[in-house]
Structures are given as structure tokens and as C-alpha cells.
Design a protein around this ligand. Structure first.
Ligand code: ADP
Length: 697
């Protein structure tokens, strides 16, 4: 009977331990609420236990309540123990009877033994084992047995003989079972807490790590990544996880990463490697990736743990340093080459000048060769002058003192003159030299800097002629989208790819050796580039070695506002000019000037040759300006100008001629002319020249 009751109590106790575990899940361990709840739960269980007691006589019964309150105190401390004991005592008082005093004593006695053991455990931190639970069970029930001595003497003997075995043998065993279940729950709970804490710790490291950290499987698929990774690549975690890491790389890095994966699969680790990743925005970053294989547990497959460091800024700075170093070395090389070059470029013409001048100064010099010597001195002088001009130009550009002078000009006319200037040189080298004007004369009136256009085109043609020994040279232009596109194309030696950018650096020449066959100081293209940049223009080259080159110049197009500007005569000129004499043997030439001048209602007269011009001046005092052709029958323009200027220096003479060399020009001014125009002459050029003469008075 007692045994059945005990089994009943034991079942309740086991149910109780599970409920205790549940409460502890719901409320945090060691919180007062948890302790109170445990006390109430164990207290209720004492009542249940008391509902099914082993009764000796009315008011004297035995049950497992001492086990319940004892275990409660042992596991949850004095607060829970006392609450459970008070509930048990309350119910026991309610039942009353002769065993009440002993009942209360044993209940609080169990609390005491529980509490003492609780304190020992707190101090020594021992773990519950079957043995120490049994010792506790035995000790607490010895106390209970001792307290049973307070049972009224009439029942004491029978009571002790009937329940001693149960209390001393079965109660300790029940205590062991209940204690073990509770201690296992306690262990599980603390294990879970340890796991949770370690998980939290791992998460915190993962989330707060100041470097991008991620894991991939052995094929490169991203399994997990931290916020730094997301920040670097700008993809959200959803967009990154599940994708293959290789998908974030440029082509070169992809190949490298495939090798790394193979190595990781074989060896489990690799040396840090540099990769280029492409962010969501399309920008790239350069990283150093460090990766190693590992697994969470031995029974789980291996994965790859990766971290990387963004070294983009470092790399850019490194490259800049390398570039700066290369530039410094290049500049040093250029300086040496320039000094050798410039010395050669100065000495060679000086040699010519001094050599031929000393030949001329010999007493018995060969008089027949006087022209040849003089020509040699002149050409050496011009070569020296070009060099000095180039040095002056480059220093003006580099000091930032280059001024842009926008004036109205007719591009067709400017290019025709440049073309004419180079034509004979090209013919001498048997080169086909062509000019393609992309726009009509009328449309080619623009505003630009004449001197820059001339310098740039002359430098390019100079080079084309210098570096082309057979084939052709072409000069062309057209207007595209508010830009003037000028091209100089040749079939010369061409430029190697590696040199195409460098040739625009000052002093740079593809062949910088002492034995080089082309003259030049390496300044022409640097001057072109400097001047064009100042005009917001560009210069580029396409070239194939051995086949030729094409230089393309782009200048912003500033069209002249009104075409009528071509025919503007300033006030002074309008007031001064009475009649203009056109000395021109060619009818078309005369008709053209007449038409252009009549736009301003200027009266004109014609002379067919120089002599007739002189006669007309003598007879017609109203003529005060002459447009004088040079090549005319009977008397040429130079002679006629000289005679007229002798007769009346106030008469203005503008020479208009097809001769364009510097010598022709000098000769014209020596004969006394006031202005000089090279055919073809646009209306704008004619009026500009007339206006200039009267402005200068
Ligand atoms: P220079 O002509 O005095 O040497 P530039 O600055 O005009 O100086 O040209 C620099 C270099 O560019 C030349 O030395 C030559 O090597 C190369 N170059 C320029 N124009 C041409 C061209 N049309 N064909 C081949 N090489 C050229």
C-alpha cells in the first residue's frame, strides 16, 4: 500500500521536475519571479502529495512533502524552499490532527537540510552525481526520522516501525531520481546558454568585424557575409548570398580565382592574392583576399573562410608613385637628349653660317659661287631662327603667357597660303601634295587665332615632309558639330604605338640617338599641343609604322557673326579714299576687285601694266590708293611702286600677288608698298588690309 502511494508520489514528482524545467524556460534563471514561481509550483505539489498520504491514524499521516520542499530548496535556494514549505505548512495546518506538530517540523527540517546542502554547493560548486544526491537524500531523511521522535508517544513506536524502511530506503532513492532529472535539466539549460552565448559572440564578431568577412563553399558559392562585405560591394546580403563569388570579379581576376579554388580544394589554404572586384555601381576595387578551408564540426563538409582588404587607394598611390618615378626618369633622359640635340641643332647651322661666311671673306674667293654661299648662310640662319622661335614659343606656353588673339579670317585662304608655301618643297621630294577644303570660301569665314593655326599647321606639314620620302601628303579640313577638324596625312615612316603619346612631350623624338637622320629639336608637337590646349582644342595621331601617319587637330568653331563683316570699310578709310587704281593685267582679277570694291561704292580705275599705272597717277590726281599686281607686262609692280612712291609718297600701294615667299614680301616692302596680299584674296582680307593702312596713319 505504502509502495503504491509512493509510486504515485514519485510520478507527481517527476511531472513536477518537468514543470520546474518549463518555468525556468519561461522565466530567466535566478530572477525573483522564477524563484517565486518555482516555490509556488513545489508548494502546490506538496498539497497534491498530501492528498494521497499513508495514514496511520486520524491526523497522523505520511507523504513525500519533505522530499519536495527539500529538493526545491536544494535546487532553487531558500526563497523557493520557504514558499513551498509555507504552502505545505498551510495545508497541513488546515488538516490539523495529532501529527500536525511533527508534520510542520519535518517540513521546515527538510528546508533546512536542503538549504545547508544548497550553501555547500554554492561554495564548492560541485556537480550533482547519483552518489552525492543519494548522500543528500539519506542525510535529509535521517533528520526527518529524528524529527519523527516528536510524534505523540502513543503512536510513535508503530509509526516508526511502519515507515522507517520507506523513509530511510525509498525516500533517498526518490530524491536521487527527482534530483537527477532536475540536475540534468539544469545542465541542459546551462549548455544551451553556453551555446547561445557563444552564438551571440560569433554573431557579434561577424557583424562588428571591421573587415569584410564571408564564407563560400568549395565551388565559390557565397554562404554568408558580414555587413562590411555588403558595404564594400554595395550589394545587399540577399543579392550576394547564393551567388558565386567569381561573379563579382573582372575577367583577369576570374581566371586567377579559379586557380585559387583548385589550390584550396587540394591544399586547404593559399597565399593572399590580389583581385579586382566590381561593385554594384560598376566601380571597381582592388582587394587582397586571404582564404582558408575549415569546418564547423568534423562531420560537416569543409567550407572556405575568407577575408579581404580594400587596397584600391594604396594601389592608386603606388601606381602614381611608379608613374612619377618613370616621369622623372623620362624627364632626366629627355634633358640629356635635349642638351645633346640642342647643341647639335645650334652648332650645325652656326657651322654653316661661319663656314660660308669665312669662305666669302677669303681674298680670292670663288666669285661664281657667291649666290650659293649666300643661300647657304641664309638657310642656316633661318634654321637657327626657327629653333629660337620654337624655344621662345614653348617657354611662352609653359609660363602660361600665351595669349589667344581671335580675329576674323578666311580659313580657306589661310590654308591655301600654307599649302602654297609647302608645295615647292613637296615637289622637290617628288611627293604628291593635295589640299582638300571641306567648306566653301564663303562658309570658311571664322574667328580664330591666325598665328596659332599657322604655327600648328606649319609644324605638322614640316614633319610630314620631313618624315615622308615617297607617296603623298594631304592637308584637309571640315566643320563637324561646332568644331574645325583639320587633318595632315602622310605616307611616311609612321610612329610606333608605344611612342604615340610621348611625341607630344617637349624634346621627345622617336629616334633620339646621336646618329638619327632627321633634324629637329623635338619641340614642334609640344608647341602644337600647348597652343591648341590654350584654345580648348586637341591634337591626336593615328599611325602605322612604315605606312604613314594622320594628325587630327580639333579647334572649337567660332563662326563670324555676319557675312557683311567682310565688306566693312572703316570711317577713316571711307573719308580718305577718293579713287582706287587697280593695276592688273588679268581680266578676271580686275573684275573681282572691282565688284568687291563697288560694294562700298568706291570709284575704280584700271591700268593693264606698271607703266600705265605710273601714267594714270601723273594724270589723275583723285587716285590715292593702288592695288598693284607684281607680275605685269612692260613694267612690273615693284618698279611701278618705286616710281609712284617717288612721285607722291602719300599715295598708298597695296601689293596683290601670287608670289608668296618671304623674299617676295620683303622685296615688295623694299619698293615702298604699304600692304601686301597673297592671292587668292578674300573680300575680308582686302578690306582688312585697306582698313589697316588708314588706321596706321
Ligand atoms: P621634331 O620634328 O623637331 O623632332 P616634333 O615635336 O615636331 O619634333 O616631333 C616629335 C617626334 O614625333 C619626331 O621626332 C618624330 O619622331 C615624330 N613625328 C612627328 N611627326 C611625324 C610624322 N608625320 N611621321 C613620323 N613621325 C613623326
Amino acid at each position: 500500500m505504502i509502495v503504491i502511494d509512493l509510486i504515485h508520489n514519485l510520478t507527481i514528482l517527476i511531472a513536477l521536475t518537468f514543470l520546474a524545467g518549463l518555468i525556468e524556460e519561461l522565466f530567466k534563471k535566478d530572477t525573483t519571479l522564477n524563484l517565486v514561481m518555482q516555490g509556488i509550483l513545489f508548494g502546490i505539489v506538496t498539497i497534491i502529495v498530501m492528498l494521497n498520504p499513508f495514514t496511520l491514524t486520524e491526523g497522523l499521516f505520511f507523504d513525500g512533502r519533505t522530499i519536495v520542499v527539500g529538493i526545491c530548496t536544494l535546487f532553487f535556494g531558500p526563497l523557493s524552499g520557504i514558499i513551498a514549505a509555507v504552502i505545505a505548512a498551510g495545508y497541513r495546518i488546515y488538516i490539523g490532527g495529532i501529527g500536525l506538530f511533527t508534520g510542520l517540523l519535518t517540513t521546515f527540517g527538510a528546508v533546512l537540510t536542503g538549504y545547508i546542502t544548497y550553501l555547500i554547493r554554492k561554495k564548492t560548486n560541485f556537480r550533482f552525481t547519483l552518489l552525492n544526491l543519494y548522500i543528500y537524500g539519506l542525510a535529509s531523511n535521517v533528520v526527518v526520522m529524528l524529527l519523527f521522535l516528536t510524534i505523540p508517544s502513543a503512536f510513535r513506536g508503530e509509526a516508526l516501525s511502519r515507515i522507517s524502511f520507506t523513509v530511510m530506503v525509498l525516500y533517498p532513492l526518490i530524491t536521487v531520481i527527482a534530483g537527477k532529472i532536475l540536475s540534468m535539466q539544469e545542465d541542459k539549460k546551462s549548455y544551451n546558454e553556453t551555446i547561445k552565448k557563444s552564438e551571440e559572440k560569433y554573431r557579434a564578431v561577424h557583424t562588428n568585424a571591421p573587415i569584410p568577412f564571408f564564407t563560400i563553399d568549395m565551388q565559390g558559392k557565397i554562404l554568408d557575409c558580414n555587413p562590411e562585405f555588403i558595404k564594400e560591394l554595395e550589394f545587399s546580403s540577399d543579392e550576394a548570398v547564393g551567388k558565386n563569388f567569381i561573379g563579382f570579379m573582372n575577367a583577369e581576376s576570374k581566371m586567377l580565382f579559379e586557380k585559387i579554388l583548385n589550390e584550396l580544394n587540394l591544399k586547404g589554404e593559399v597565399q593572399p592574392v590580389e583581385l579586382v572586384l566590381i561593385k554594384k555601381s560598376g566601380n571597381y576595387i582592388i582587394i587582397i583576399l586571404d582564404a582558408k578551408c575549415g569546418n564547423v564540426r568534423k562531420d560537416l563538409p569543409e567550407i572556405i573562410y575568407c577575408v579581404f582588404k580594400d587596397i584600391t587607394k594604396q594601389k592608386i598611390a603606388e601606381n602614381e608613385l611608379i608613374l612619377a618615378k618613370e616621369e622623372a626618369e623620362e624627364s632626366d633622359r629627355l634633358k640629356t637628349a635635349f642638351l645633346q640635340n640642342i647643341s647639335h641643332e645650334i652648332r650645325t647651322p652656326l657651322n654653316g653660317i661661319i663656314g660660308f661666311a669665312s669662305l666669302l671673306s677669303e681674298k680670292d674667293f670663288d666669285k661664281e659661287n657667291i649666290k650659293l654661299y649666300a643661300d647657304m648662310i641664309l638657310s642656316s640662319g633661318f634654321r637657327l631662327l626657327t629653333l629660337i622661335n620654337n624655344i621662345l614659343d614653348i617657354s611662352t606656353i609653359e609660363s602660361g603667357n600665351l595669349k589667344i588673339n581671335y580675329t576674323s579670317l578666311n580659313l580657306n585662304s589661310v590654308l591655301r597660303k600654307i599649302y602654297n608655301r609647302f608645295f615647292s618643297e613637296a615637289s622637290e621630294k617628288n611627293l604628291k601634295f593635295t589640299l582638300d577644303l571641306g567648306e566653301s570660301d564663303e562658309k570658311s569665314n571664322i574667328e580664330s587665332d591666325l598665328s596659332i593655326i599657322k604655327t600648328v599647321m606649319e609644324n605638322l606639314l614640316d614633319n610630314a615632309l620631313k618624315f615622308t620620302n615617297e607617296g603623298s601628303i594631304n592637308l584637309s579640313y571640315n566643320f563637324i558639330d561646332d568644331k574645325i577638324i583639320l587633318k595632315v596625312t602622310d605616307t611616311g615612316c609612321g610612329i610606333p604605338d608605344s611612342e604615340k603619346d610621348k611625341i607630344f612631350n617637349r624634346f621627345y623624338q622617336v629616334d633620339m640617338s646621336i646618329s638619327r637622320k632627321y633634324e629637329g629639336a623635338g619641340l614642334g608637337l609640344a608647341i602644337c599641343k600647348g597652343m591648341l590646349t590654350a584654345m580648348n582644342g586637341t591634337i591626336e595621331v593615328t599611325s602605322e609604322q612604315g605606312k604613314g601617319s594622320e594628325f587630327t587637330v580639333t579647334i572649337p568653331l567660332r563662326k563670324k557673326k555676319k557675312n557683311n563683316d567682310d565688306f566693312i570699310l572703316n570711317e577713316k578709310a571711307r573719308a580718305e579714299i577718293r579713287k582706287i587704281l587697280i593695276a592688273e593685267d588679268d581680266d578676271a582679277g580686275y573684275d573681282y576687285f572691282k565688284l568687291v570694291l563697288e560694294k562700298n561704292s568706291i570709284e575704280v580705275e584700271r591700268a593693264f601694266n606698271g607703266l600705265e599705272a605710273v601714267e594714270k597717277i601723273k594724270n589723275d590726281k583723285s587716285i590715292n590708293l593702288i592695288l598693284m599686281d607684281i607680275r605685269m607686262p612692260v613694267m612690273d609692280g615693284y618698279e611701278a611702286t618705286q616710281l609712284i612712291k617717288k612721285m607722291n609718297p602719300a599715295i598708298k600701294v597695296i601689293v596683290q600677288t601670287a608670289n608668296f615667299t618671304d623674299e617676295d614680301r620683303d622685296k615688295a616692302f623694299e619698293s615702298g608698298c604699304d600692304g601686301y596680299l597673297c592671292k587668292p584674296i578674300s573680300p575680308y582680307e582686302l578690306y582688312s588690309s585697306i582698313n589697316k593702312i588708314y588706321n596706321d596713319i
